[in-house]
Design a binder for this molecule. Structure first.
Ligand code: SF4
Length: 485
């Protein structure tokens, strides 16, 4: 085994580890993490006019035959989908987009070669840089308009998603065209992943300039366009010369007859499939604004502007990290994209795809619950640890806190997060209020009890008792708080 494959290790591919907790696949009720067509696949939509059984009927008659490895019918159908602005000879079929990324790496990158990745980007490009021992250079999407040929001199390939499959941002056409020119100059292959472009702005596509450009490879994914990731079909469009080489090097028979037939039915009936994509864009425009508006109303959440059917949300100012938030939401049956394993993202970002208004309401409500639960759990953990130390006592006013005084001058801040939260007892002065992001939340604004210096001292004293937290909270509430109500 090559050393660098040995070095990959399981943590790179957590989801392949049969022993990992995640190996039991949990289908969330609501999945906001996917980039596939939010309307689902057209075969499920009676009015789409596209019929899966008809599409696969022919395939079942050919199960005993090897597919035609030239895939001429498939490549013709792709060319017709683009109204013959490209030639079938320019098309490279792929068993999903992953296989085409792998193929391009195998054909262009040697160990030590320089590869440029425009960030933020999902992990796939980096995975193959590791596998091929490439020298990876990361350029942030906001820097590409200032790229100079000397910046990417000697780079074999530059990988860019348009729109970005993380931020959803589209690269301006003139910037992209300039980049393509620079890549010709430096003899770098510009690999543009346009898997989500149909949901953003197809006119920004570079497909129309591939025929005469040996330094350009444009990737499209039927899995994403038509929400059929189970079928695994993608294709690349490049110059006829490049396509000959890549098709010679690709896996033989990389598309099965079923995938091929389904793909051809979608590409051939471009009237129906384009109607479906237009319907999808309408659905996105009807629901995107609502998603942005609702997420923006969550305290300390900042939605970054994007151009496609998903948004990047900056949660760096909130008290919860992206992995914890993602896990808590998954426990509630909702999946969002945790961006923590992506380049330069840390625990500060989640990506959320457009879904229906009702689904968005559920998401926002569960985020609100997750943030409060996380703060309470952290406060309880901190309190439990503090109570173990004999020196621990009521701390009095915390004047260094930017929110001091959140209740009254001279308040005690030991129980910044009340251990009884949410007590739900309105005699305290607390009450249920409408959350800015919708739903109800318990507000302690009107309650001073745990901030009264003498009460805080008594609470510390009572909670120091060596018994399970839940039990002693009940006892302490009865002994210290109840008499004050
Ligand atoms: S209302 Fe008062 S006692 Fe109840 S959870 Fe809030 S701070 Fe604690």
């Amino acid at each position: 085994m090559k050393k660098r494959i040995m070095d990959l290790g399981y943590n790179s591919f957590e989801d392949l580890n049969l022993n990992s907790a995640k190996s039991i696949r949990v289908e969330p009720e609501l999945d906001f993490s996917l980039l596939i067509n939010p309307l689902g696949n057209p075969f499920d939509q009676p009015d789409s006019g596209l019929d899966f059984s008809k599409a696969t009927k022919n395939a079942s008659q050919r199960l005993t035959q090897y597919p035609d490895n030239r895939y001429s019918e498939f490549r013709d159908s792709v060319a017709s989908f683009f109204e013959n602005t490209i030639l079938p000879e320019q098309v490279v079929p792929g068993n999903g987009s992953c296989e085409l990324v792998k193929l391009v790496f195998e054909c262009t990158v040697n160990e030590g070669d320089k590869v440029v990745i425009v960030q933020p980007a999902t992990k796939l490009f980096e995975k193959y840089c590791n596998i091929h021992g490439a020298e990876t250079m990361h350029i942030m999407e906001d820097e590409i308009q200032d790229i100079d040929p000397s910046d990417i001199q000697d780079a074999k390939v530059m990988f860019l998603s348009n729109p970005s499959d993380v931020s959803g941002k589209l690269v301006e056409e003139n910037v992209l065209k300039k980049l393509s020119e620079i890549c010709i100059q430096t003899n770098t292959l510009l690999f543009v992943n346009e898997s989500c472009i149909d949901f953003a702005d197809e006119s920004a596509s570079l497909i129309s300039i591939t025929r005469s450009n040996n330094n350009l490879f444009v990737l499209r994914s039927l899995d994403t366009m038509f929400a059929i990731p189970g079928i695994r079909v993608g294709f690349g469009v490049t110059s006829p010369e490049m396509a000959v080489k890549l098709n010679s090097a690709r896996l033989s028979w990389n598309l099965g007859v079923v995938s091929e037939k389904v793909a051809i039915s979608l590409m051939r009936r471009d009237d129906l499939s384009k109607n479906y994509l237009a319907k999808t864009r309408k659905y996105i425009s009807e629901n995107q604004e609502y998603l942005v508006d609702r997420l923006s109303k969550i305290r300390k959440f900042r939605v970054l502007p994007g151009d496609s059917h998903y948004v990047l949300v900056d949660i760096s100012a909130s008290s919860i990290g992206s992995t914890e938030l993602t896990h808590r939401l998954l426990d509630a049956g909702i999946k969002v994209k945790d961006c923590s394993n992506l380049y330069s993202m840390g625990q500060d970002f989640i990506r959320v795809s457009v879904r229906s208004k009702e689904a968005t309401d559920n998401l926002v409500r569960e985020i609100g619950i997750a943030v409060v639960d996380s703060a309470r759990d952290k406060a309880m953990e901190k309190l439990e640890t503090s109570l173990l130390s004999p020196e621990f006592s009521a701390i009095g006013p915390n004047k260094t806190c930017p929110y001091y005084p959140c209740h009254f001058q001279g308040q005690d801040c030991t129980f910044c997060f009340c251990p009884f939260y949410p007590c739900g007892n309105e005699r305290t002065g607390g009450k249920w209020v409408e959350r800015s992001s919708g739903g109800k939340v318990w507000s302690c604004e009107g309650c001073n009890i745990v901030h009264l210096p003498d009460v805080a001292k008594k609470l510390v004293c009572e909670l120091r008792v060596d018994s399970p937290m839940e039990e002693k909270l009940k006892k302490t509430w009865k002994k210290v708080v109840e008499p004050l109500l």
